[in-house]
Write a protein that binds this ligand. Structure first.
Ligand code: SF4
Length: 649
């Protein structure tokens, strides 16, 4: 049987397991990327591994999320990241140079290679035939050390594209259509592989808009085959020699097939506050718009901004609307400026921003209260723009520019008819991507004289090997659906301590009980008790790292969210499942002892553990863990295990 493109690339990189959907596989990683909010811990963990050099073909560190400087902590983090890149041999992209996914696509994304990145939109270069996956920081550090990345073998779904996009319809509308059909959960455990005659009608930047937002479907990754369009894009970037022809085998079998006729796609919009609340723009036309933003890793390229610039040329933005353009990379800004488009947009009333994530995560350009903002971004979760009751619509740059001209949501086809002189801008690549690359510091030219840590930068904590006894107080009993935000809040006043685990851990579970952290420090070796779905939400590894730092050895919960459970293993905390009766009976302050010899039971593959409460009654708790996860627990976490493995090599 033939292979899908995803299977071909995975097969080329397979170091452990079989390509059976649902089975755990280990793959070799060619390239890694980190952004600034996750990057400091990536490098602190790499420091803990005591390796001299990055082992992957390429590693790149970007400074994009926090480029506006609130105080010294940000600048110190950036200086530390620069020193780490120089010390260990990674590329360093300076603050203001652009968003990791845009800059990586321009400079490093390569067909057929694997990429692991500590950011959820890492799958963006799938539009160039690269198999790219987002992961936690520790996975990135281990991959940089040459270790395999372990992931559940995804199902591969064929998204067959037919026809050609009509005027005013865009790649953004294609991925919004996918979200309309499949919802934000429709891609979990899947890779979307785009095929069919419609593929060749889309340029690489259009393809990467689609693969970027595969993340909103919950997909492991999304990928396109390569062709003349890929070769052409690489040639315009001066990287033609990196082209590799890639396509699925003719007799490849897919788990499922979705057909999209591009000629049926019309301008769409995601209404507040979920990326899958998708409707035709005409259904919400007339909604007054106070702010328009064009940019982000989804639509921040030269090719994305140019259509908006063409539409605005010789016109003025509506009096009650503000429009901001924040390119995804300095390369895009520079080409637009050289060609005079920046001046045209400014003359129309556009405010120009530096190339940064910024407003996408509520840093700058926060909408005013009770107002509508139309953004070309990928997410419109409630409150993400920086104000709790926001009203953010997601759209293509064409729909965004039309809203800026009219001051309200309008289908650009209707606006064109109304104005009489507004032509469809089409989609155009620059002759050559000739923006300067002075803001990327190559490993060879970087200063290599050690890590520079400011006062807010600590070290990565390393766990202790699992002991025979786990005994301690129930330091906190929680209810159902405790999120990673409950465990470590993501607000900027707390996350600014992301490089300082000792300080950050003071905020652990403070949203549930603000005396918890102190209790844990006073009573080392305690356990946590929770109801169903403990640790749901993001993949934030600080939510396991901080409890580990506070000495938590086990979590007894009715059930665990999948990614957080993996993080508990990674940080050496034993996740034990208890039944409802046990949950009801156990109380905060109780003394819990795991009677079984924990270290031996974990090593020998035991699944049932006896717990004794207050020396009075007993219950059974279950450990559901793979052999690899048991090895991680035994060692005291993935960092210690990897460190020992590297020391043995
Ligand atoms: Fe994430 Fe937004 Fe930055 Fe993209 S632009 S990497 S979605 S913060």
């Amino acid at each position: 049987m033939g292979q899908t493109l995803t299977e071909q690339i995975l097969d080329d990189h397979l170091v452990e397991g079989d390509l059976e959907p649902g089975e755990e596989i280990g793959i070799e990683i060619d390239q890694v990327l980190a952004q600034d909010t996750t990057g400091t811990m990536v490098w602190l963990q790499f420091e803990a591994l005591e390796l001299d050099e990055v082992q992957t073909e390429l590693a790149a560190q970007y400074c994009d999320h926090q480029t506006y400087q609130f105080d010294f902590k940000n600048t110190d983090d950036h200086r530390f990241l620069r020193s780490a890149a120089g010390t260990y041999g990674a590329y360093f992209s300076r603050p203001g140079n652009g968003i990791c996914h845009n800059v990586h696509k321009e400079n490093f994304a390569a067909p057929g290679k694997t990429l692991l990145g500590s950011d959820s939109h890492t799958p963006t270069p799938g539009g160039l035939g690269q198999l790219a996956i987002g992961a936690g920081g520790l996975d990135i550090s281990v991959a940089m050390g040459g270790g395999a990345y372990f992931v559940e073998m995804p199902e591969v779904v064929n998204v067959r594209l037919e026809g050609e996009l009509p005027e005013w319809s865009t790649a953004k509308d294609v991925i919004l259509e996918m979200l309309r059909r499949l919802s934000v959960k429709g891609g979990v455990g899947k890779v979307f592989e785009y095929t069919g005659p419609g593929v060749e009608t889309l340029s690489v930047p259009e393809r990467t808009t689609i693969t970027n937002m595969g993340t909103e479907l919950g997909a492991t990754s999304s990928i396109f085959p390569t062709d003349e369009k890929t070769k052409d894009y690489l040639a315009r970037q001066g990287r033609e020699d990196e082209y590799v022809e890639l396509s699925p085998d003719e007799d490849a079998e897919y788990a499922d097939e979705i057909v999209i006729d591009l000629s049926d796609i019309e301008p769409l919009v995601a209404t507040p506050s979920m990326p899958d609340n998708v409707v035709p723009v005409r259904e919400v036309a007339g909604e007054s718009v106070e702010q328009v933003m064009v940019g982000s890793c989804t639509n921040g390229g030269y090719e994305d901004i140019l259509p908006a610039a063409k539409m605005l040329k010789g016109r003025e933005i509506d009096m009650k609307t503000e429009m901001i353009v924040a390119p995804g990379s300095k390369q895009a800004s520079e080409i637009l400026a050289r060609q005079g488009w920046t001046a045209e947009m400014m003359a129309a009333g556009v405010n120009f921003s530096e190339a940064t994530c910024g407003a996408c995560i509520g840093i700058g350009h926060v909408p005013s209260s009770d107002s509508v903002s139309v953004r070309t971004f990928n997410r419109n979760f409630e409150g993400r723009s920086g104000i709790e009751d926001d009203s953010v619509f997601l759209s293509s740059p064409e729909v965004a520019a039309a809203a800026a001209i009219k001051g309200e949501l309008v289908d650009p086809r209707d606006l064109a008819e109304e104005l009489g002189d507004l032509e469809a801008p089409g989609f155009e690549l620059p002759e050559k991507y000739d923006g300067s690359k002075t803001d990327i510091i190559e490993p060879e030219e970087a200063v290599d004289d050690g890590l520079v840590k400011g006062p807010n930068i600590g070290s990565a904590p390393i766990g202790e090997p699992l002991e025979a006894d786990i005994q301690g107080e129930v330091l906190l009993k929680m209810g159902d659906n405790i999120t990673t935000d409950h465990i470590i809040p993501a607000t900027s006043d707390i996350l600014k301590y992301r490089s300082n685990i000792e300080k950050l851990s003071e905020f652990t579970l403070s949203r549930v009980d603000d005396t918890f952290a102190q209790r844990a420090l006073d009573s080392p070796g305690g356990v946590l008790v929770a109801g169903e779905n403990y640790g749901q939400g993001s993949s934030r590894e600080h939510a396991a790292m901080c409890p580990q730092f506070l000495g938590i050895e086990a979590v007894l919960a009715q059930s665990f969210a999948r990614i957080h459970k993996a993080n508990l293993f990674n940080f050496g905390i034993v996740p034990l499942a208890i039944d409802e009766e046990t949950y009801e009976r156990i109380d905060q302050g109780d003394d819990v002892q795991i009677v079984t010899d924990v270290a031996e039971a974990v090593a020998s593959g035991e699944t049932e553990f006896t717990i004794r409460v207050n020396d009075d009654w007993e219950a059974t708790a279950e450990l559901d863990a793979s052999e690899r996860e048991r090895g991680i627990l035994e060692a005291g976490g993935k960092l210690r295990l990897t460190k020992e493995q590297y020391a043995d090599e």
